[in-house]
Design a protein around this ligand. Structure first.
Ligand code: NAD
Length: 251
């Protein structure tokens, strides 16, 4: 039994919930009483995460949704609200890394793929989530940027550009809705132990550990802790913020 239930009765929607940071955050919300909608590219991919959320005691809805597709995003937000009656917290976290390449060699399709999922996907989710939050008169949105949202990445221009843009989108939306009882923040993870990190390092995790001032990778649960804090009433005066949880990487 968790020590407290900060999210009892609240509804949280999480994208990229099948894996890594999204999955850990879904489990953490459910363990504190939230009802959670898990979104990812396919229902199959969500099966494990769904079981983990149920085990931690939460009510759960799984929805296949490609965040870069407007109709799918609109339908998934609508299903969440039909099922649970409201939407209190949206964690827009789905994202993909680019194939490493210097700028002049970036393939246009690859550029579009990264921007479509990471940036357009975040925008599309926000568009429908914020409309619902305005109807209810409250809500919290948290977008996953990255340490690459405030630093350049050699060979990672598409990814870094998408993650920088998420911060601009977050700050602007925070201003748009500051007087509407809706907070919008970004989280900037450092090097976190997830399948994305495995792909990024090609299995040579030491490469990423060497970049971290604290000498270790972060755990997805450590990002989840920060997301929960930002979503809870404890974070009530925090909006438009870009919060690094990165063991000092961005320094
Ligand atoms: P992950 O690959 O383990 O999980 C990402 C999830 O997003 C997967 O389940 C994937 O299926 C889903 N996804 C991808 N494209 C999607 C789409 N079009 N529609 C719906 N779902 C989609 O990666 P992770 O490390 O957990 O990454 C989560 C977020 O954190 C990403 O936005 C990533 O850029 C960001 N991030 C990760 C790290 C890290 O070190 N792992 C660091 C900084 C930022």
């Amino acid at each position: 039994m968790p020590p407290f239930h900060r999210f009892q009765g609240r509804v949280a929607l999480i994208t990229g919930a099948a894996s890594g940071i999204g999955r850990a955050t879904a489990v953490a919300f459910a363990a504190e009483g939230a009802r959670v909608a898990l979104l990812d590219r396919s229902a199959d991919a969500l099966r494990d995460a769904e079981a983990a959320v149920r085990q931690s005691g939460g009510e759960v809805l799984t929805l296949a949704c490609d965040v870069s597709k407007p109709e799918q995003v609109e339908a998934a937000v609508a299903r969440t609200v039909e099922t649970f009656g409201r939407l209190d917290i949206a964690f827009n976290n789905a994202g993909v890394e680019n194939k490493a390449s210097p700028v002049a060699d970036i393939d246009l399709d690859e550029w579009d793929r990264i921007i479509d999922i990471n940036l357009r996907g975040t925008f599309l989710c926000m568009k429908h989530e914020l409309a619902q939050m305005l109807r209810q008169g409250s809500g919290v949105v948290i977008n996953t940027s990255s340490g690459a949202g405030i630093r350049g990445v050699a060979g990672g221009a598409a990814y870094a550009a998408s993650k920088h843009a998420i911060i601009g989108l977050t700050k602007s939306a925070a201003l748009d809705y500051a007087k509407s009882n809706i907070r919008v923040n970004a989280i900037l993870p450092g090097n976190i132990e997830t399948p994305m990190m495995d792909r990024f390092t090609g299995g040579d995790i030491q490469k990423a550990i060497d970049l971290e001032p604290v000498g270790r990778l972060g755990k997805p649960e450590e990002i989840a802790d920060a997301v929960l804090w930002m979503s809870a009433d404890l974070g009530a005066f925090v909006t438009g913020a870009s919060i690094s949880v990165d063991g000092g990487w961005s320094l």
